[in-house]
Ligand binder design. Structure first.
Ligand SMILES: [Zn+2]
Length: 450
């Protein structure tokens, strides 16, 4: 026997039952080879898939060994209301009748990686929006539609890419050591971003910090002066051709919604209502996971004044260590990683933590694709050996989201050892993530003696 049914929850990964030999044969023939030899066989296979659907079970096959078994889920085709066995995560062994070339969607490669990068750095020399000053339509408060993506990896808006590129260039998403975590004032981080913007040009001889600002409290008169400088004091030759005159403000905020953003300082606050609304990374509704990084774009409005045209917000870990995070769960994972680093006391070498902000190209089975892991730990041993550990947060309640997230695991393994939080997803271990990761890292550190 090699196929079993395991629970999706309560506890996840627990054995429900092994399939009987004739059930296995039926599943392989009906769903694998697509050959029905008898009505009885069809009935057996249908019974299994119905049980999976009703009792929330995965079918686990033993054709691939190790911690990452091949799994199938009983999914419903909405158009035809028919159930089918869908593979995800790690495909079956090519010799297994259940093996299918991965077909998550049109944007995925056979190995489950993305065919194109959803999140790319932008080029400071070519990022300003087109000048549409003659074609402006006023549509107040309309939220920016960010579209759908199977793994919530939408194509990031340009504003988001500008913020993330600046954060990466200022090194705010990479730090070593991991324990203690960086602990600097918000001002220190903003100064680092400003310094980074001051070292880049958006056109020859003009530095990015002229248009990327860190003074959201700037009053209207100062905004107008700044806009006039951009419009008048420089001939067209010094502005990218056909591009809008825009400036940006970057800051941290605890109050973010789809309609407005508040910047607070000691004794004051200022609210912004971007004309096209605020898009919030990974959130379709309100800003429920502060604090946030915020970037706002300002341009000349149709009525002559300077208006806030667009906003983007991205949750950060904490103000004293403002790594962008995608969820509350990622915050917990990051705290767990820091604690593990503290326990290790250097026994897994020098550790560097990277929060990737942009897709990473990988090569799986000869096919190029893109993955975006949640965290990467780089361990450098005293003897020069280096290890890369990829950390993926999987603790979401939504099973289908986890299934989709795991489609990329094969691609992530091309980068290094993959560890999930909770550990060994989809199994449910008694061991907490921190203890599991600690054991794993300790083993890396001592492996040379083994
Ligand atoms: Zn299999």
């Amino acid at each position: 026997m090699s196929m079993k049914l395991i629970q999706k929850k309560g506890p996840r990964g627990a054995l429900k039952r092994w399939l009987a030999e004739e059930e296995e044969a039926a599943v392989r023939n009906v769903f694998g080879r697509k050959q029905v030899r008898s009505a009885q066989e069809r009935a057996l296979a249908e019974h299994v898939i119905l049980e999976m659907r009703k009792s929330e079970l995965w079918l686990q096959c033993s054709c691939v060994g190790g911690d990452s078994p091949a799994l199938n889920s009983a999914n419903l085709k909405s158009e035809t209301q028919t159930l089918y066995l869908s593979g995800f995560s790690h495909s079956h062994d090519p010799s297994c009748p259940m093996f299918r070339v991965f077909k998550g969607d049109e944007g995925a490669t056979r190995a489950g990686t993305r065919k194109s990068a959803g999140s790319k750095r932008l080029n400071y020399r070519d990022f300003l929006p087109a000048d549409e000053s003659d074609a402006t339509i006023k549509a107040p408060g309309k939220p920016v539609n960010t579209g759908e993506d199977r793994t919530r990896r939408k194509r990031r808006p340009r504003l988001a890419r500008l913020l993330m590129t600046l954060i990466e260039d200022a090194g705010l998403n990479t730090f070593s050591p991991i324990s203690p975590l960086p602990n600097q004032t918000a001002r220190t981080w903003l100064d680092a971003l400003a310094a980074s913007a001051g070292a880049q040009e958006f056109i020859r001889d003009r530095v990015l910090s002229e248009i990327v600002r860190f003074q959201p409290a700037m009053n209207e008169a100062a905004q107008v002066r700044l806009m006039l400088e951009l419009e008048l004091e420089h001939p067209d030759a010094n502005w990218p051709a056909g591009k809008a005159r825009v400036f940006y403000q970057i800051f941290m905020s605890d109050q973010v919604s789809r309609e407005h953003v508040t910047f607070s300082w000691n004794g004051g606050e200022r609210q912004f209502f971007p004309e096209r609304g605020v898009s919030i990374n990974g959130e379709s509704q309100e800003g429920v996971r502060p604090p946030y990084w915020v970037i706002l774009a300002f341009r000349r409005g149709t009525e002559g004044g300077v208006i806030c045209s667009e906003g983007y917000a991205h949750a950060l870990f904490r103000r004293t260590c403002p790594v962008p995070v995608d969820s509350m769960l990622e915050r917990q994972t990051l705290e767990g990683i820091a604690e593990v680093a503290r326990w290790l006391k250097g026994r897994a070498g020098d550790l560097t933590l990277v929060k990737p902000l942009f897709d990473i190209e990988v090569d799986v089975e000869g096919e190029k694709g893109f993955v975006l892991p949640d965290f990467i730990i780089q361990a450098k041993m005293p003897d020069g050996r280096e290890h890369t550990v990829v950390i993926e947060t999987m603790g979401y309640i939504d099973d289908e989201y986890c299934e989709r997230k795991s489609e990329q695991h094969k691609g992530m393994r091309a980068l290094g050892s993959l560890q999930t939080d909770p550990p060994r997803w989809p199994q449910e271990l008694d061991k907490p993530f921190k203890n599991h990761l600690y054991g794993f890292m300790l083993n890396l550190g001592t492996a040379k003696n083994g």
